[in-house]
Design a protein around this ligand. Structure first.
Ligand SMILES: Cc1ncc(COP(=O)(O)O)c(C=O)c1O
Length: 454
């Protein structure tokens, strides 16, 4: 579903001045309108839809424009800047690498690639062992699909090619990743359903009330899928449009089921990985290990780098030169990622996400209460929360108040990205993992005020 554009009409708003927020102009800022209009004129419409703010500089949990306004950032870009904006260690790593003239190396070896791969492999539980670096999350999920399909062909022949994902899932915007997603509208633009990509309900307890594993098997039977024909099953560790994990027992049954049917089990950790859920990887909540993991976003804290983590057997199926990418392990991105992972470890950011989870949960509960029935569901895990606006007492999406909440929050100095998820009804709250309790509480109380005013 397309997001509604925010109007480029300056509005007078109440000035704000706190440690984390400054709003001292009309919003959108009158001087910014020409620049924003230029983008609307020259880019595809699809690039629009975000609040009309010019991002100019960032520091920790705040983002500022060039006109004196400062926002408490509840977006982390889009769950990327886990170590905060303008993190000195990451800036230094980028500068040092660029200063050496080392901003590209294709697949030629570099010392920084060795260091990053070593760091990542040390984080992996067995049998995950090998790391393949890419550039975007979509590339990583697409690579997982490809590996599962190749595996299926090798062990079961041409018919073992059905790839299972979940309804309402998001795995990216390249062709394969979009076909694997669970949004029918996105598929319809690229030729409709493909019988080799099949979706089953995600056990979220909200849109899918029965959360037992039996539903997985029933859905396959209903769709006429022979379990022997499955090559892989991929799920976001928590669904991006929500912030709820699948039940632990469900995940454990899924692991056993994949072992039995020889389907590759993949978790898309592009949002969840590197601490967002209060554990290093989201799958660690389930007490199982998948065969492949797709990572992106928070791996580097900002620079475009992604990774597939996998077992020896799967990652070594292709020969030398058969699975590469021009920008794999770009030295500047790799240096940023290493610095980011060191900050996450050194500052205990995974632990900070776990520690602040109750504060975020309490805030979401209060916002929901203030919303007087407009928010049909909320969920929190670690430092990610989702509020789904629905028509009163149903699960039918209600995008209008969600959009209005973003608009008003931004006018009050709290940065949110535009609503996402089913029917564009979900507000996501996911600040940098460096946020402290004071800042988190301040932003949540602003959202509570906005919810009450809708
Ligand atoms: C769960 C998930 N998978 C995949 C992607 C795609 O990542 P990218 O936009 O880096 O291609 C995203 C991006 O939002 C995501 O949230």
């Amino acid at each position: 579903m397309a997001t509604k554009e925010f109007p480029l009409v300056p509005e007078s708003v109440t000035p704000v001045k706190t440690k984390y927020r400054t709003i001292c102009t009309q919003i959108p800022v009158p001087e910014s309108i020409k620049l924003l209009e230029k983008l609307r004129d020259l880019e595809p419409r699809s690039m629009g839809g975000q609040p009309p703010v010019i991002w100019d500089h960032g520091e920790d949990c705040t983002i500022s424009d060039p006109y004196g306004n400062k926002w408490l950032d509840f977006s982390a870009g889009v769950l990327v800047t886990s170590a905060g904006h303008g993190r000195p260690e990451i800036v230094k790593a980028i500068q040092e690498m660029a200063g050496r003239g080392m901003y590209h190396a294709y697949c030629f070896a570099t010392e920084i690639r060795v260091k990053l791969i070593e760091k990542l492999t040390r984080m992996l539980p067995a049998p995950l062992k090998r790391v393949f670096l890419l550039t975007t999350g979509s590339e990583a999920t697409e690579c997982c699909i490809k590996l599962a399909r190749t595996r299926g062909l090798q062990i079961g022949g041409a018919k073992k090619n059905v790839f299972i994902t979940f309804e309402n899932a998001f795995h990216g915007r390249t062709m394969g990743s979009q076909l694997a997603g669970g949004c029918p509208a996105l598929k319809s633009w690229i030729g409709g359903e493909d019988p080799r990509f099949v979706q089953v309900p995600f056990p979220d307890g909200f849109r899918q009330k029965d959360i037992s594993f039996g539903i997985f098997e029933e859905a396959l039977a209903e769709k006429g899928v022979n379990p022997d024909n499955l090559c892989g099953v991929m799920s976001e560790t928590y669904q991006g449009c929500n912030a709820a994990l699948m039940p632990k027992e469900y995940a454990q049954s899924l692991r056993k089921w994949c072992d039995k049917t020889k389907a590759v089990l993949i978790f898309d950790e592009i949002q969840a990985g590197f601490g967002r859920t209060g554990k290093l990887f989201g799958f660690m909540h389930y007490g199982i290990v998948p065969d492949l993991v797709a990572c992106g976003k928070g791996i580097s804290g900002g620079m475009p780098i992604a990774a597939v983590l996998g077992t020896e057997e799967l990652m070594n199926m292709y020969g030398p030169g058969e699975m590469t990418s021009t920008h794999s392990a770009n030295p500047i991105c790799a240096a940023a990622a290493l610095a980011n992972l060191e900050v996450i470890e050194k500052e205990g950011l995974v632990e900070n996400a776990a520690k602040l989870e109750p504060v975020l949960a309490e805030g979401c509960r209060r916002i929901t209460e203030a919303g007087k029935g407009r928010i049909g569901h909320w969920a929190v895990i670690g430092l990610v929360g989702a509020l789904q606006f629905t028509k009163q007492r149903t699960s039918e999406p209600d995008p209008e108040p969600a959009w209005e909440m973003v608009r008003q929050a931004v006018q009050k100095g709290v940065m949110l990205f535009a609503p996402v998820g089913v029917g564009g009804c979900a507000i996501k709250i996911n600040p940098p993992l460096t946020i402290n309790e004071e800042a988190l509480r301040e932003g949540l109380s602003v959202l509570e005020e906005v919810a009450a005013s809708l």
